[in-house]
Design a protein around this ligand. Structure first.
Ligand SMILES: *Cc1c(COP(=O)(O)O)cnc(C)c1O
Length: 360
């Protein structure tokens, strides 16, 4: 068996021991004589899996009792519609557009009401986070929306926006469980799990209870109502059962690693190795303003497209996979999520140094 260092932005690297455990349990989960993929989502065994997963996530994030945890389907993208459909009581929302995912969410919300783009960093190809300390928050806004870590551009909010009392909704797909968060500052925190937690197909929505109501936009499908899923504890219909089981294993892994504070320390250490090198390199440079750099997604360029392509190709041959930047920005991007070991980043930097020498 030979495993590569996988720098994919998503679906992305998972902890090896989680994959091993899942492999061991594949044919016979815990004496049930069947795989988790084959069991009823109403069975006792599965009930334990989903309840334990929720409990471990609550412990990790210290989720207050007045928040529900929902395991849903449709990816992060489905939330782009589900959020306005459920939250737009006044049919007004404010969006801060800091990248492609925030822009997609903004465009989707525009179908349902009056949506204000109150700040954007599009003028400089989303290479920074705008100052959000005193934005023109709408008087009647139902919520203020952000994408907290911009997977494609590699920026992260280091400070949450001042929403002037309005409900904050955040897409944390690519920074989920990468550091401690204060859940009480948000109305909704949600993310697709395939970046930092588990297999694609699961989206986790952490939502304050007062936002879960029957008062949704007319025509909202049953499956897109938070209340339906909250009342049924994420078992209204068949959930993405196997995916949730893997998420549960990753929660246990993070707990074993010391929780979110330890994750943050580990992630800062890893990111520093790469950013320090980018800052001193004569060939490679980061594309994001320093103070807004993401710990998870690190885009960089040489400034020469052909050299970028050569780097990506030679890196792949050396066992560093998926370093090509997003198709809309080019260059390179190293995604260094929780499960990327520190050696992966150290070895990547070694390889970059060698490439720099050879191509000076
Ligand atoms: C990947 C990603 C999405 C899209 O996720 P899907 O599960 O594919 O819909 C949305 N937001 C962010 C921040 C992402 O990184």
């Amino acid at each position: 068996m030979s495993r590569v260092y996988n720098f994919s932005a998503g679906p992305a690297v998972l902890p090896e021991e989680v994959l091993q455990e899942a492999a061991e349990e594949m044919l016979d989960y815990n004496g049930t004589g069947m795989s988790v993929m084959e069991m009823s989502h109403r069975s006792k065994a599965y009930d334990d899996i989903i309840k334990t997963a929720e409990k471990d996530l609550r412990d990790l994030m210290d989720i207050p009792d007045n928040y529900k945890v929902l395991f849903l389907q449709g990816g992060a993208s489905q939330q782009f519609a589900m959020i306005p459909m459920n939250l737009m009581k006044n049919k007004v929302a404010d969006y801060i557009v800091t990248g492609q995912w925030a822009k997609k969410a903004y465009q989707e919300a525009c179908k349902y009401g009056k949506v204000n783009k109150i700040a954007t960093s599009e003028d400089k190809t989303f290479s920074y986070i705008p100052d959000c300390s005193d934005l023109p928050i709408s008087e009647d806004a139902d919520y203020v929306y952000i994408c907290e870590n911009n997977t494609i551009y590699g920026t992260k909010y280091k400070k949450l926006p001042n929403t002037k009392g309005k409900t904050l909704v955040a897409d944390v797909s690519s920074c989920f469980l990468s550091e401690p968060v204060d859940v009480s500052k948000y109305g909704i925190i949600y993310g697709g799990v395939q970046k930092n937690i588990g297999p694609a197909g699961v989206v986790i929505v952490i939502i304050r209870e007062d936002l879960i109501t029957e008062d949704v936009l007319e025509g909202t499908p049953t499956m897109l109502q938070y209340k339906i899923h909250a009342d049924a504890n994420s078992l209204y219909n068949t959930p993405p059962a196997y995916g949730i089981y893997i998420c549960g294993k990753v929660f246990k892994w993070i707990k074993k690693m010391g929780g979110l504070a330890a994750m943050k320390e580990h992630n800062e250490k890893k990111a520093k190795i790469l950013y320090d090198f980018l800052d001193e390199s004569n060939l490679f440079k980061g594309t994001v303003v320093k103070e807004d750099r993401s710990l998870m997604n690190v885009p960089f360029i040489t400034g020469d497209e052909q050299l970028d392509a050569k780097f990506v190709k030679e890196a792949k041959e050396a066992g560093f996979e998926n370093l090509k930047g997003h198709r809309t920005v080019g260059g390179m991007r190293a995604s260094i999520y929780n499960a990327m070991p520190i050696e992966g980043v150290e070895k990547l930097v070694e390889f970059m140094k060698k490439f720099e020498k050879e191509n000076a």
